[in-house]
Write a protein that binds this ligand. Structure first.
Ligand code: PLP
Length: 435
């Protein structure tokens, strides 16, 4: 028995080794997304607006449609559609638990957006704090993880400390965080990856510093989740937020919270609704069709793992899928950065060093010494290349860098369905726009 289980392990290890040498299955990945085949007057679309929202695979659209047709009822009834709708919700929580490494589906709170959920959780947490208590926010975060904390700070008389990012590493530095912590720090709100610079923080190290000071941590993983394997237990954080429309799913926000902690919080709710977790945090009738799509988006990510040779438990397929897509995206990011840097007057706002490509997601922002971001994004839009310009709600980043808030940066963001030819076409279009 021992010998046979060993040989199974060896076979699995061999499969993993073979699959890690496998090239990225870009064609198969792309074929899952019908919108990639849409053309406008013969011009293909190049979707590089992914940091603001990704396209969805057919299975995600199908899951929403199926739920609307087969399980379209409110919850709590004795009849078939109501029972089916509850199953849809439960399955989505289990899937999200697999994606984030949660200990239980009771830790998965779902709402209309990360921003809405963060305001809600901030308000529930702040009820437990006293005037003079302290919180830390960062200059690297999207405003969705800044404004909610500033709002409750004002309401409750909290002291706000602001952590800048290091302009040479483009990351939050654990020592700089430690210098801001006191015995009155109640919470540190930080991000996993920036939606403007693309840099990834060493969240485990930052969380460890906060924890040592007795502070809770709220991690905005909205930009990281489409581009990396999340493990909330390894990070050691207390809350982690993401948005499924950034990882090929429906327009929902999701917050994972440690169960014991969630249980101490009492958000606003209507009287008849349950106190049970995580329902206590969710207002009104859930968006059942979007929950169905949410499960499908996690299954899509797991399917990327299957394409690359992993057929085990969903969490293992997710791990393998991310290993494959992260390597592919790193190549795209570097190709984009290298191409842009060859254009006169372009300055990358973020990590550009190829040796540090693993410390960034493939979201690349730049400014030009003469031409403002909007006209560049408009020129690209005329070529059916979709990118964003502006501060992208990363207000604190542009302020720290002294970039004009009114103009911001051009932001080009790849996803796992992006291919090198699209990057090359985009670099060529930027060059034309600046000529
Ligand atoms: C890093 C980051 N945090 C938060 C948000 C807000 O997410 P939502 O639209 O789900 O509120 C975004 C959206 O772009 C983001 O990029």
């Amino acid at each position: 028995m021992r010998a046979s289980s060993l040989s199974v392990c060896q076979a699995a290890a061999r499969t993993r080794a073979n699959s890690s040498r496998m090239s990225y299955a870009a064609d198969a990945v792309r074929s899952a997304f019908p919108s990639l085949a849409v053309a406008d007057d013969g011009a293909p679309r190049i979707y590089l607006d992914n940091p603001a929202g990704t396209q969805v695979p057919q299975r995600v659209a199908d899951a929403a449609a199926r739920a609307l047709i087969e399980s379209n009822a409110n919850l709590g009834g004795f009849f078939r559609t109501s029972i089916a709708a509850e199953t849809v919700i439960e399955r989505a929580r289990v899937a999200m638990g697999d994606l984030l490494g949660a200990a239980s589906p009771r830790e998965i709170v779902v709402g209309p957006s990360m921003t809405a959920l963060t305001f809600r959780i901030a308000r529930a947490l702040a009820r437990t704090w006293q005037p003079g208590d302290e919180i830390v926010v960062t200059r690297m975060d999207h405003d969705g993880n800044v404004a909610p904390w500033l709002t409750v700070a004002q309401e409750r008389g909290l002291v706000v400390r602001v952590l800048p990012f290091d302009t040479s590493s483009w990351q939050l530095e654990p020592d700089a965080l430690a210098a801001l912590l006191t015995d009155r720090t109640r919470l540190v709100a930080l991000n996993y990856a920036s939606n403007l610079t693309g840099s990834i923080n060493d969240v485990a190290a930052l969380v460890a510093r906060a924890k040592a000071a007795g502070a809770l941590t709220y991690v905005d993983a909205v930009q990281f989740t489409p581009h990396g394997f999340v493990d909330v237990e390894k990070l050691g954080c207390d809350f982690l937020a993401c948005s499924s429309y950034k990882f090929f799913g429906p327009h929902l926000g999701i917050v994972w919270g440690r169960e014991a902690l969630l249980d101490t919080l009492h958000p606003d709710k209507v009287r008849p609704s349950t106190e049970e977790l995580p329902w206590r945090f969710e207002l009104g009738t859930p968006q059942i069709e979007l929950f169905a799509a949410l499960e499908a988006s996690v299954d899509h990510l797991a399917w990327i793992g299957e394409l690359h040779g992993e057929h085990g438990a969903r969490r293992e397929r997710l791990r393998r899928g991310f290993a494959a897509s992260v390597a592919h995206e790193a190549e795209l990011a570097q190709r984009l950065i290298d191409g842009l840097r060859e254009i006169d007057g372009v300055r990358i706002v973020g990590i550009a060093d190829p040796n540090r490509v693993a410390q960034r997601v493939p979201t690349v922002s730049f400014v030009h010494e003469r031409v403002a971001p909007d006209p560049i994004a408009q020129a690209l839009a005329r070529e059916n290349i979709f990118v964003w310009s502006g501060h992208n709600y990363a207000l604190e980043i542009v302020r720290q860098l002294g970039i004009d808030e009114a103009t911001g940066v051009v932001r080009i963001g790849a996803a796992h369905y992006t291919i090198p030819a699209e990057i090359d076409a985009t670099v060529a279009a930027v060059r034309r726009a600046l000529a």
